[in-house]
Each structure stands twice: as structure tokens, then as C-alpha cells.
Design a protein around this ligand. Structure first.
Ligand code: NAD
Length: 700
């Protein structure tokens, strides 16, 4: 059996090879960390060994700690990473890290505790702990500032993003960029050191921290910047405090402080939420009855039907991924209009310096506008994004059925219509599915992949693979009105509207939701997106609305005044010309107060807690039904939908994890209370009742 850490003496160098595929995680419980310590001790006591190399087998040095071990569950008999690094600080023989591939978190901390680092070009070097709501807890916050200065170390740890070997070399994290065979190059480097002996031992822990400004001023600025950029996230502030300790305290004290901060952060609900999302993102691509080796068809060309708001944006995703894309419109005029919007979009990015003119030209060169179906017969995938009208969509799919080549994926971007009915307009429903993009489609990461009754596994696998190619997060959803995201959103907006009638004002509701962590509350979102679309839909639905159910007229009355949101200078708020700042409007308040009266509702003081629970638990209760009906495969998929499509705060982990964090018994208690007061909108979801009774969670 291969060992997870191999130790071998090569001449006078002890070579420690990490061999824990796939990423050489520094697992405590599997004994990886203990084995490193044992190997170091062996070599330290061996008079033939004069220096060490630590190197990773396979594709990288080390991806860091085993994340599933965070938050407890360590075998107390096994060494932990800080034990190893503390020991390394006592070793009097030079230790060299030989770095290649992703070298992250604890992996990088191990390298930073080595006395020297050599690296191949192409390594990705990062301390990404902040993304999991924690901080580098094995000396990273103390050693990195000593190696590259406080300011740069702070920036790297707060961003958490990888840097290249070359950049790491410039900063002073890597001593030599080597090429060719890493092990051989590292041995050459180390043999040189071995000849010098203990005089070349160079511990980061003993270096002073460079900072070219008065420390107090620097850290005060850092704190206020972090408070602004990372509202709601505790880890970045703790990183500032640790770097400050590195500057002001001796190393041992700094390490103790870092440990204490790490232990604190790991227990926060924010870190739990971020770790939940880390795993949720890896789960989401898995479909239980579609094995990973299901053959996906190759997508080398695409076509869009409709070049409106969505069609143009969706097409950009293909061009961005280097895939030629045809766009079909009803006539040349509509086509020109649509492609012009695309061109303007790219041009805006170029003018902001985020895209070169050359790349823009190449991307525009991948577009081809057409008006005849025969011109799209070669497309590997066709996505329909025409008007939201079943008759129009059916006509389009009948034509596609005749024109598209056999095996082409035929997708609809419908938001509300029945994908099964659309598929039935073709003779090949196995190739049809929904691809529900979010607006703006070239920006938003979420893609609901709607599996219709007859969608084949191959078609589904193709769509999931495609979502990665075009840099989206694909989430499988079943067919229902609104799929996962919009179906849940109904209740959220409904409650926000009812709260107005009962005594709240838009600015009050928005503030509660924004304090919770959303970038915008429901009324600001409405003003931004435009209130007219929803109004037209409600008018269309009026005939079929069940008359005994409560219906708030406030939103309609706002629209009747021509207040469609920012684009008309007024909506739920008013806006000064050219300014997007929402200003509470007494006219809206008067309208709301009048509506309460007309509805026979006595206005009352409404607490922030009630606002929060009514809006968020409406999401949760519907989410529970969606889960039970199998519309979503798992609770964490729903969380992903809300994080990537609806701006749910990441540090809350999504609505379902939030409910788990509050406790399902408490959530149910509130839902029951709302049910008794507000009636049938709040019938507790059977799954919520079941899990609460069993003391379980959605995500367990
Ligand atoms: P839009 O009105 O901006 O664009 C529709 C385009 O389709 C128009 O350019 C129109 O000329 C073209 N078109 C109409 N009939 C056609 C036909 N038979 N053949 C070819 N082209 C035709 O609409 P949109 O906002 O882009 O929405 C398109 C679809 O995307 C709808 O199904 C909508 O529900 C869905 N959707 C919209 C959003 C959104 O936020 N706007 C989000 C997700 C999904």
C-alpha cells in the first residue's frame, strides 16, 4: 500500500513526499500531518541528513487542510498542522518546499514554515481561508507578513485569491522559480544549502515585519475598509487583527492570538454557511440517476432564437467561451437592434478597461445574425428566448423540430411556461429542456436546468457540462410554475406587499432585508427591475385569481400612476434625475395608508423580526415543498439558486441553511402562527413539519 507521506533519504537530503490524492490534503485524521512530523523527526535525528525537501506527488504541492475536518472531529492522538510547523521552527537543518500546482491554505502555510521555497511556473498560490469564513490558522497570518510585508500580506489574505509563481517570486514568497523536473531542481537547490549547514536556516518566524507607515493609522484604515467591503463577514476583521498582532507582538504571542481567532471563527454561523456553500457547489453538478460518465454531446456551435434582453445576453456567454453563435430574429431590423445592444455591452466593458478591443472584436466575430431557420440547421444547441407566450413558443419549436439537426439540444428560456408542453410541440422531446438564465444573462451566474418529463439523461448531462463551459452554476430543477427560484420568490414579494398594507413602509421593509444581508430589499429591487412587467402579468392572471384569497392592490395602484420604478423616475420611491438613490416618497405613504383603509386593515407597528420572518420563511416554506416534490434535488441546490440568482447573503448560506441555523422547530412555530393569522398562504409545508418533529435539518 502506498503511504500518504513518503520519506526517503537521497544523499544528504531527506525528501518528504506528500502523496494523498487528489490534492495532497493535509488530513489530520488520516495521519498525513503526523507522518510529516515523524519524517521530520527521523531526518532531524539522522546524522546523514543535512537538509530537507518537502514536495507533493501528483498534480500539486498541497491543497491545504481537509475541510471536512473543520469544526471538530480531530483524532486527539494525531499531530495537527501547528504542531508540525512549531517543530519545523526548531529544526536546525534547512527545509525547502518544492511547490507546483495549487498550493493553498494549510498547504501554503506548510511551505511558509519551510526555510526556503522553490516553485515551478504555473503554481497557484493562495491563502483562501477567508472564503470559508476563517483565517489561515497555522501561522499564515504571522509568517506571511514577515516574508512579504504587512500590507501585501493583508491584501492577499483578505482577497483569498491565488497568485502566480512569478508574482509570488516578486513578493518574496518564493526564493527561486525553477524549471524542468521539480524534484531534481529542488535537490540541486537544497544540496547547495546542505553544504552551508545551519547558518542558512532562515525561519520566517524570526524575521521583522515590514510596514512603511505608522501601524496605528494603517490598521485603522484597514478596519474601516474591511467594514465597508465585507459587511456581515467576521473573518476579514479578524485577519486585520492578526496582522496587527504580527506587527506589534512577538511571534509566539501572534501565533497564540491567531489560534484563538481561528477557533472562534470556525464556530461562527458565517463560517458554517460558507463551508456549506463550498460543499453545495460541489454537490450541485451531481444528478443521482445520471451517472457522471453519461456521454455529453459536444457543443461546438450554438443558436439563439430571439435577440431581445435575454437572447442577446445568453448569446454573449457562448461568444465569451469561444463558441460561434447564430442569432435568429423575426426580421433584419429586430436583428440589428439586438446585435447593437450586444455590441454596446461589450464596448462598455472595453471602455472600463476590463476587456481589450481585440478580444471584443474576436467575440463579435463569433456572432452571426440570421432570419431563416435553415441557417441554424448546424447548431449543436438552440436556445429559444422569444416572447413569453405559449403559442409563439410552440410555433418556434415546431419550426426547430423541422430545421435543427438530429441530436441538437433544443432549449427554452421560459420563466413560467410548461416545458413539457413546449417539448410536446416537437417529435423529439428527449432533446428538449429548459435553460432558465437570469437577467442580465451575460453576468448572472445561475442557470436553472429544467428537466422535463422526457428529457434524456444525455441531454441533461450535456446541459450540465455546458453550464460549466459558459461559466454558469447549473442547478437541476423540475417542471413547475417558476421552477425553484421564482416559485419561492412569489411568497417573498407577496408578504412584502401584505406588510405594507398592515402597517409597514417600503423603506422599513427594505432596511430589514438589507440589514439581513441582501444588497437590496424587495421594493428597491422592484424599482430597479421595473414594476410594469409584473403588473401586466397580474392583469393577465386577474381572471383566474381565486377570489377568496387576499390580494394587495398597492403594487397595481403604484403602476396606475405611471410609476414603473427607476426608469420613470418614480416607483416605490422617487428618484432625482440621473441618480439611483431611492428617496422615500410621502405620496407612496399616503397611497399605502389609503389602501389599508380600503382593505379594512387597521395599521399597526410591525417589528423588524416579523418583517424578516414573513419574507424569509415564505421562501423556506415554499422551498420545503419544492424539495418534497422533487423539483429540487437537495436543499443545498435551493441554497445555491438563492446565492447565485437572488443575492441571498453568502454568509447566511442560503434560505434552507438559514432555516437550519435558526432551528426548524422555531421556523415551524412562526409559520404556524402566521397560518393562524393569515390563513392558507401559510399552510406549513409537510416536510418542514416532519423534519421539525424529528429534530432534523434540511441540510443534514
Ligand atoms: P424580449 O421581449 O426582450 O425579447 C424577445 C425577442 O424575441 C424580441 O427581440 C422579439 O423580436 C423576438 N421574437 C419574438 N418572436 C419571435 C420569433 N417567433 N422568432 C424569433 N424571434 C422572436 O424578451 P426577454 O425579456 O428577452 O424574454 C425572452 C424570454 O426569456 C421569455 O420567455 C422570458 O420569460 C424569459 N426570461 C426573461 C427574463 C428577464 O428578466 N427578462 C429572465 C429569464 C427568462
Amino acid at each position: 500500500m502506498t503511504r500518504l507521506v513518503e520519506y526517503q533519504r537521497q544523499g544528504s537530503v531527506g525528501v518528504i513526499t506528500l502523496n494523498n490524492p487528489p490534492v495532497n490534503a493535509l488530513s489530520v485524521n488520516k495521519g498525513v500531518v503526523q507522518d510529516i512530523l515523524d519524517a521530520l523527526k527521523d531526518g532531524d535525528h539522522d546524522p546523514h541528513v543535512r537538509a530537507f525537501v518537502i514536495i507533493g506527488a501528483g498534480r500539486n504541492f498541497s491543497g491545504g487542510a481537509d475541510i471536512s475536518e473543520f469544526g471538530g472531529g480531530y483524532d486527539p492522538g494525531k499531530a495537527k498542522l501547528p504542531d508540525v510547523l512549531a517543530y519545523m521552527d526548531t529544526v536546525t537543518k534547512p527545509i525547502v518546499a518544492a511547490i507546483h500546482g495549487p498550493t493553498m491554505g494549510g498547504g501554503l502555510e506548510l511551505a511558509l514554515a519551510c526555510h526556503y521555497r522553490v516553485a515551478l511556473p504555473g503554481a497557484q498560490i493562495a491563502l483562501p481561508e477567508v472564503k470559508l469564513g476563517i483565517l489561515p490558522g497555522a501561522g499564515g497570518t504571522q509568517r506571511l507578513p514577515r516574508l512579504i510585508g504587512a500590507e501585501k500580506a493583508l491584501d492577499l489574505m483578505i482577497a483569498g485569491d491565488p497568485i502566480s509563481t512569478e508574482k509570488a517570486g516578486e513578493l518574496g514568497m518564493v526564493d527561486e522559480v525553477v524549471s524542468g523536473d521539480l524534484r531534481a531542481a529542488a535537490l540541486t537547490f537544497t544540496n547547495r544549502l546542505a553544504r552551508e549547514g545551519r547558518s542558512v536556516v532562515r525561519r520566517a518566524s524570526q524575521l521583522p515585519v515590514a510596514l512603511d507607515r505608522p501601524a496605528a493609522e494603517f490598521f485603522e484604515q484597514a478596519r474601516s475598509r474591511v467594514a465597508k467591503d465585507w459587511r456581515g463577514y467576521p473573518a476579514p476583521q479578524a485577519i486585520v487583527a492578526c496582522v496587527e498582532a504580527a506587527v506589534n507582538q512577538p511571534f509566539a504571542k501572534g501565533i497564540a492570538f491567531e489560534r484563538q481567532q481561528f477557533e472562534r471563527l470556525v464556530k461562527t454561523s458565517e463560517s458554517r454557511a460558507l463551508r456549506h456553500l463550498f460543499f453545495a457547489e460541489r454537490q450541485v453538478a451531481k444528478i443521482p440517476d445520471v451517472p457522471e460518465d453519461t456521454p455529453a454531446r459536444e457543443i461546438k456551435s450554438a443558436a439563439l432564437i430571439g435577440a431581445g434582453t435575454m437572447g442577446g445576453g445568453i448569446a454573449m456567454n457562448f461568444a465569451n467561451a469561444g463558441i460561434p453563435v447564430k442569432v435568429l430574429e423575426v426580421n433584419q431590423e429586430a436583428l440589428d437592434k439586438g446585435l447593437n445592444v450586444v455590441r454596446k455591452n461589450y464596448a462598455a466593458t472595453v471602455s472600463k478597461g476590463r476587456l481589450s478591443q481585440d478580444v471584443m472584436d474576436k467575440r463579435m466575430g463569433l456572432f452571426k445574425g440570421v432570419t431563416r431557420y435553415e441557417d441554424i440547421k448546424d447548431a449543436d444547441i438552440v436556445i429559444e428566448a422569444v416572447f413569453e407566450d405559449m403559442a409563439v413558443k410552440k410555433q418556434v419549436f415546431e419550426k426547430l423540430d423541422k430545421a435543427a439537426k438530429p441530436g441538437a439540444v433544443l432549449a427554452t428560456n421560459t420563466s413560467t411556461l410548461d416545458v413539457n408542453e413546449i417539448a410536446a410541440a416537437t417529435s423529439r422531446p428527449q432533446d428538449v429542456l429548459g435553460l432558465h438564465f437570469f437577467s442580465p444573462a451575460n453576468v448572472m451566474k445561475l442557470l436553472e436546468v429544467v428537466r422535463a418529463a422526457n428529457t434524456s439523461k444525455e441531454t441533461l448531462a450535456t446541459a450540465m457540462k455546458l453550464s460549466k463551459t459558459i461559466k454558469k452554476v447549473g442547478v437541476v430543477a423540475g417542471v413547475c410554475d417558476g421552477f425553484i427560484g421564482n416559485r419561492m420568490l412569489h411568497g417573498y414579494f407577496r408578504e412584502a406587499g401584505f406588510l405594507l398594507e398592515e402597517g409597514a413602509l417600503p423603506q422599513q421593509v427594505d432596511k430589514v432585508i438589507e440589514d439581513f444581508g441582501f444588497a437590496m430589499g424587495p421594493f428597491r429591487v422592484g424599482d430597479l427591475a421595473g414594476l410594469d412587467v409584473g403588473w401586466y402579468i397580474r392583469k393577465r392572471q386577474a381572471a383566474t385569481r381565486r377570489p377568496h384569497l387576499r390580494y394587495s392592490k398597492v403594487a397595481d395602484q403604484i403602476c396606475e400612476l405611471g410609476r414603473f420604478g427607476q426608469k420613470t423616475g418614480a416607483g416605490w420611491y422617487r428618484y432625482e434625475a440621473g441618480d439611483r438613490t431611492p428617496i422615500p416618497d410621502p405620496a407612496v405613504e399616503a397611497l399605502i395608508v389609503k389602501a389599508s383603509k380600503e382593505a379594512g386593515i387597521k395599521r399597526r407597528e410591525i417589528s423588524g423580526q416579523e418583517i424578516l420572518e414573513r419574507c424569509i420563511y415564505a421562501l423556506v416554506n415554499e422551498g420545503a415543498d419544492i424539495l418534497e416534490e422533487g423539483i429540487a434535488l437537495r436543499a443545498s441546490d435551493i441554497d445555491i439558486v438563492y446565492i447565485y440568482g437572488y443575492g441571498f447573503p453568502r454568509y447566511r448560506g442560503g434560505p434552507m441553511l438559514y432555516a437550519d441555523t435558526v432551528g426548524l422547530d422555531k421556523v415551524l412555530e412562526s409559520v404556524r402562527r402566521f397560518h393562524s393569522v393569515h390563513g392558507e398562504f401559510w399552510i406549513p409545508a409537510p416536510l418542514l413539519e416532519k423534519l421539525a418533529a424529528e429534530g432534523k435539518k434540511f441540510n443534514s
